[in-house]
Design a protein around this ligand. Sequence first.
Ligand code: S3P
Length: 175
Amino acid sequence: MKKKEDVFERNIVLLGFMGCGKSTTGIILSKRLGMKYVDVDKYIEEMTGRTIPELFEQGEEHFREEEHRAMSELAGQTGCVITTGGGVIMRDDNIPQMKENGVVVYINTPFSLCYQRIADSDRPLVHSNTREQLYDLYKLRRAKYRAACDLEVPGINGSRPVVRAILAGLGLEGR
Ligand code: S3P
């Protein structure tokens, strides 16, 4: 970050595995900073008129196309806290879009905690994979989140410490 004011003219993009706490963190962060909150999955659902499980019924590739389209549209926004779906880094061409106007933050939450939060959810990938397969995906993605992010924060002890770590990492402590 060159100047701390920059962040308000850009976006803060939150990355991390399913269940890492992106949405809760994003909502608190956006309120704290007076920025608009945009959740990419909700944006896709509004854009397509379909739920995420419905889009996955047409195949994961179909969902990834819609996700890419949403990321292209959102790249032009500024002043937003944007929470992405955990698989957004599976397409390399989503990364320049996140970085176009955004500072990219990876919330690194231990797998066991993510899994505890997602195990009973309606996320399609949780239904189609075993715990072991999801752990393999977690490890594969961790390397990609790390390569894509400008800042990594630990996702432990709930959302408020995560928000504090992000503010400190962006030079915005005290906000
Ligand atoms: C996905 C994560 C989900 C959603 C979709 C695919 C993934 O979002 O985009 O089910 O590939 O990890 P959350 O990370 O918000 O659960």
